[in-house]
Ligand binder design. Structure first.
Ligand SMILES: NC(=O)C1=CN([C@@H]2O[C@H](COP(=O)(O)OP(=O)(O)OC[C@H]3O[C@@H](n4cnc5c(N)ncnc54)[C@H](O)[C@@H]3O)[C@@H](O)[C@H]2O)C=CC1
Ligand SMILES: O=C(O)[C@@H]1CCC=N1
Length: 282
């Protein structure tokens, strides 16, 4: 199977690296395209270092690929689909990770009965630990879904969901690694303020987040119950409870909920951007 990425930016790079590292797709079966401009040329130079094939021609990429990932932004999708449509055949499966862009809009821009899958991955798949939710279009078969699931399961956790939840998934897990990176940085900075070295503090913070996530996944327990395990509830302890009181007073949980909602809202705006050709935001 040959895999093509239209777009050679941050997501394409993370996916190509993740697939190669996991042994899911050999580098010689991977293709990437980007425009022949300053940015596109630099991106292709970088991604070529993985040993994959690169081109400035989206149509050549489509002709060389069985599975085509649309690793582009909403503002160019209309133009790109119009450009490649004459080169799309029944052998192709299109996978769109684009925030906000619906399956229907991709299907409508490509030849009738083109198989399309929409997915929302996240960049930690570069280290084999991503979370991906996908939904099948009208013509994508169960086998297409299983193929995508097997491929993405090589680089993390992947499951089939409903397309109607995809904007929310974008606000939660598509963008989520950024919220966690901020959290790790903030915790580590707290440690530095209390006298730890930056290096030690960063490691302790990152290991703590990883360990806590693992505990949730392995126990299946409600996070509030796990939180109670950490918080001594008698007067001899309460270091954690004192800290949590501060977090609640600062609206910590409401802030994270608002973040997911803001991510979803912006995803809906991106959908409108995908409806016009070469959209440039004001
Ligand atoms: N970065 C992330 O963490 C995630 C991104 N996504 C989605 O993936 C898509 C790509 O995102 P990023 O990689 O972050 O953006 P990016 O800006 O890093 O990459 C976009 C790529 O598209 C290329 N491009 C622009 N016009 C083109 C054209 N006409 N033909 C071919 N390529 C063209 C650019 O040169 C660049 O390589 C977006 O739709 C985003 O919503 C989804 C999940 C996570
Ligand atoms: O910020 C963005 O547009 C993309 C979507 C999910 C993560 N990054």
């Amino acid at each position: 199977m040959s895999v093509g990425f239209i777009g050679a930016g941050r997501l394409a790079m993370a996916m190509a690296k993740g697939f190669i590292r996991a042994g899911a797709v050999p580098a010689e079966n991977i293709f990437a395209s980007a425009p022949d401009n300053l940015v596109g040329r630099a991106e292709l130079r970088n991604i070529k270092e993985l040993g994959i094939h690169v081109t400035h021609s989206n149509t050549a990429l489509v002709s060389q690929s069985d599975v085509v990932f649309l690793a582009i932004k909403a503002n160019v999708v209309k133009n790109v689909l119009e450009e490649i449509s004459p080169f799309v055949t029944q052998r192709h499966l299109f996978v769109t990770p684009m925030a906000g862009i619906t399956i229907k809009s991709v299907e409508e821009a490509l030849p009738a009965e083109t198989r399309v899958i929409r997915m929302m991955p996240n960049t930690p798949l570069v280290v084999g630990e991503g979370a991906t939710v996908y939904a099948r279009g009208e013509h994508a078969t169960k086998h297409d879904g299983e193929m995508v699931e097997v491929l993405l399961s090589n680089v993390g956790w992947c499951f089939e969901g409903k397309e109607e939840y995809m904007d929310a998934v974008t606000g939660l897990s598509g963008s989520g690694p950024a919220y966690v990176f901020l959290s790790i940085d903030a915790l580590a900075t707290g440690g530095v303020k209390m006298g730890l070295s930056r290096q030690e503090s960063l490691r302790v913070a990152a290991e703590t987040i990883q360990a806590a996530a693992k505990r949730v996944l392995e126990t299946g327990a409600h996070p509030s119950m796990l939180k109670d395990e950490v918080c001594s509830n008698n007067i001899l302890g309460q270091s954690a409870l004192s800290a949590i009181h501060k977090m609640e007073a600062g609206g910590f949980r409401a802030l994270l909920m608002d973040a997911v909602e803001a991510g979803e809202d912006r995803t809906k705006e991106l959908r409108r951007m995908g409806e016009v050709k070469n959209h440039v935001e004001d």
